[in-house]
Design a protein. Sequence first.
Length: 411
Amino acid sequence: MIEMGDEQLSKVTGQALLQMNKVIGDDLDNGTQGVTFYTAGLDALLDLNLNIEKLQLGCGGVNGVGCDLDIDNFSLGCITNSSGNCITLSPAPGTNQKVGAVNEGPQAGMEDFSIERPFFQFAIKNDDTKTLREVVGIRLGGENVSGPLSFGSLNSFSGYLNGEADVFLRGETDVAATCTSPDTCPNAGGRTRYSDASAFLGLNDGNVLNLGIYRIFYRNLTIDYGGQSRENIAAEVFGNRVTQVPIEGLALADLVDDVVDDVSINRICALRISGSCSFIIGDGLANALLPLLKGGVGDYIKGQLANGLNITPGELNDYVLPYNLKNIHQLDVATELFGLSFQKESIRYPGYKRAMAAGWSMYAPDAFNLVIDDKVSNFVQGIAGSSNARDGNIVGLPAPYRNCWGSARFC
């Protein structure tokens, strides 16, 4: 090392490695009012590829028994195929995990979890009073954070996580209104007469229409209908030690009405009072009966959905569908706001939509997409025939990304 004089130093220019910034909170975009935020960061790019078998933060302490963040098999980064896409692990046995867009295959490279200009941000209360100045929060983040992140199991979450939910219900033809096999239709009297139907809604049998000497039952008809969708439904969760994300705005009753409005009869048989199927109604008469049939089919579907969700049909439109965070295994991060923080009290950091509660928190905006894509018949059966939907498991999502190179044991 050689000492440099003032004249020599005056001829040297450069960029400092350490960057500093100060933001005064205003209860708007600059964070909590009354708090000053000091940022100390590095003018550097941090590329991470790591696996943590058990990540637990904020255990015990101010929030009591348990952990603010409790994640099994936490990974930053992924292994990619020859096209540079992250490889998804095969679904774990005994789970509802789905096959990913890129399933297990030849590994060709790695994609990092990148933090551009990583920083520590200190939340200071009473910054203008030397004797009362207090650090009430510390945030770890970056000016831009991007890359794949995955969880084996997200057992407990604190902070803010949001994304979108999309529902795609696919149309079908020649669908039996009731059911066919003893496993799904133990009441033999309610089984459809059309065992060759393309699908089975699984509705309870009933008298749809009474024409005097002729009666029409759900078991004696098949129907056609088109698809419906609900897209870009906001889904967000925030708070301390939460385990489910609430999905609002599905408007299930309206969704059923939209499906039923497109119903047409495919096959139908009218029963005589004696119980015999005396004739098959033609298309013209069958479709003339549609206004009556649509109302009956719609009411039955709503009733079955409501029964499966333990609510009344009148509550379907306002029903908030719970979804277990344990089902979310992949996050694709691309934001300047992602970060981890710990705070003494509720603090909203600059740019954050929500305040972070006391303890440890993770902030991950626009991080996931929940897609329900299925036939109408499967959707109805899935809700009416099991408790999965009301228990928070209406559909599985792809398994975690692969992040082990070669034969490494832990991913």
